[in-house]
Design a protein around this ligand. Structure first.
Ligand code: PXP
Length: 248
């Protein structure tokens, strides 16, 4: 029996506080205030996605979340020269490179790392040199893992969207795909994170995967905050994650 207690970090994705704020064009609700509240509720980091169209998080939010919260900021962004310039200016704790299509409602899948290696290589180098821990948001897939390892990133984040949307037997298959990819990632020396679509009713099997050390969760927690409050939503997620670790 191993007595090692695995620490599983929870990152709160704050984007949709900004979505609600932007719906009326004013300053309320303020993502910075939500970040400070979530800090007191025990989250380990704040995640924010600066999109090309600035539909939720804006440049001024990035500066405030980076400087005024006192938690590590994980900046999600598309691999573009505009975004790399912003990231190197702020040098957030972490940068997660994600694919971005202008018309999509949300990040629909993982980065095609294998096909983008030449474009990603100088960006990864620049971001690492600026002091950010770089991760790639990928599908749980061996080809993507190998391409990520070849680029020299320290971290990959598995897109859990397909797992969350699948039902019955296909959900088990999706879970198995993430489980086996997490093992492969560890063999390749990559730290594993996971996120997208995670909620109270689907988080535990992902949290129980021993190689995964960080979950980034946004839409569900911000939505649930409407009903039970942000602190309570975070506490309940943390409790479910801890339960999953205890039995894994
Ligand atoms: N991780 C990454 C890399 C993301 O892009 C997102 C948001 O699309 C999340 C985690 C959080 O996803 P959700 O808002 O569905 O919890």
């Amino acid at each position: 029996l191993s007595m090692t207690i695995r620490r599983l970090r929870l990152g709160l994705n704050i984007d949709h506080v900004a979505t609600v704020r932007n719906a009326r064009g004013g300053a309320h609700p303020d993502p910075l205030r939500a970040a400070l509240l979530s800090k007191s509720a025990g989250v380990d980091s704040i995640t924010a996605h600066l999109r090309e169209d600035r539909r939720h998080i804006r440049d001024a939010d990035v500066a405030a979340l980076r400087n005024d919260v006192g938690l590590p900021l994980n900046l999600e962004m598309a691999p573009t020269s505009e975004m790399v310039a912003i990231a190197t200016k702020h040098s957030p704790h972490a940068v997660c490179l994600v694919p971005e299509n202008r018309e999509e409602i949300t990040t629909e899948g993982g980065l095609e790392v294998a096909g983008l290696q030449d474009r990603l290589r100088p960006m990864v180098k620049e971001l690492l040199a600026a002091g950010s821990r770089v991760s790639l948001f990928i599908e749980a897939d061996i080809a993507q893992l190998k391409a990520a390892a070849a680029l020299g990133v320290p971290v990959v984040e598995f897109h859990t969207g397909r797992y969350c949307e699948a039902k019955g037997a296909s959900r088990s298959l999706e879970l198995e795909r993430i489980r086996s990819s997490a093992k492969e990632a560890a063999l390749l020396g990559l730290e594993c994170h996971a996120g997208h679509g995670l909620a109270f009713d689907n988080v535990k099997p992902i949290a129980a995967i021993p190689e995964i050390v960080e979950l980034n969760i946004g839409h569900f927690l911000i939505g649930e905050a409407v009903f039970i409050g942000l602190k309570e939503a975070i506490s309940e997620m943390r409790r479910l994650m801890d339960e999953a670790i205890a039995v894994s």
